[in-house]
Design a binder for this molecule. Structure first.
Ligand code: HEM
Length: 160
């Protein structure tokens, strides 16, 4: 807890934080990029996982669909991490001290691993479809948690 507090105070005093908050339009612009990256990520994740379930493009091999869409997922994820970090730098206390933010990151890790591992599993494996379903639910929950950050209460005793 105190490590996070120290990190939050340090980040809020960096030139990066001053730069992001120095322009009124920058935080909304970062949010727009964050949302566009979510769209790109979802297009990729939905394609891979619906193909794994067998509801989409069944005539194309899952490995081929993964090869086509995974690069989009990695670029989108990198963009989300970058814009997400800048959003945190703009107001460090806002996300860091809310449980839902950490739940969101854990869910994103699970959904990423589940989506990326699809091409390595045998297409006939039962776990294959279950994992794809889990990944789709996981991505939906990541979005829910992302929106919830704005409405959740911070931890008791968190810096204001
Ligand atoms: C990978 C690292 C990520 C970081 C560090 C991050 C961080 C953040 C932060 C700080 C916010 C602003 C919350 C607020 O102040 O209200 C946010 C919003 C949001 N994030 Fe992320 N995020 C990440 C990835 C993702 C992913 C993978 C998704 C979904 C696929 C996602 C979906 C959202 C949504 C839906 C919002 C609300 C946007 C809005 O209302 O404008 N994020 N994120």
């Amino acid at each position: 807890m105190s490590l996070l507090t120290d990190f939050s105070i340090w980040l809020g005093q960096t030139p990066l934080s001053a730069a992001v908050t120095g322009y009124d339009w920058l935080v909304p612009a970062l949010q727009v990029v964050h949302i566009l990256a979510i769209a790109a990520l979802l297009i990729s994740a939905i394609h891979i996982n619906l193909r794994a379930i067998g509801l989409l493009e069944r005539e194309i091999l899952l490995a081929e669909i993964s090869t086509r869409f995974l690069p989009v997922l990695w670029v989108a994820l990198g963009t989300l991490a970058f814009t997400g970090f800048l959003l945190i730098a703009s107001e460090p206390n806002r996300a860091i001290f809310r449980t839902v933010f950490w739940i969101k990151l854990a869910l994103a890790l699970f959904a990423t691993m589940a989506t990326a591992s699809q091409s390595r599993l045998a297409e006939t494996a039962h776990v294959h479809r279950l994992l794809a379903l889990g990944a789709l639910v996981g991505w939906a929950l990541v979005i829910f948690a992302g929106r919830w950050i704005a409405y959740a209460d911070p931890w008791v005793g968190a810096p204001g």
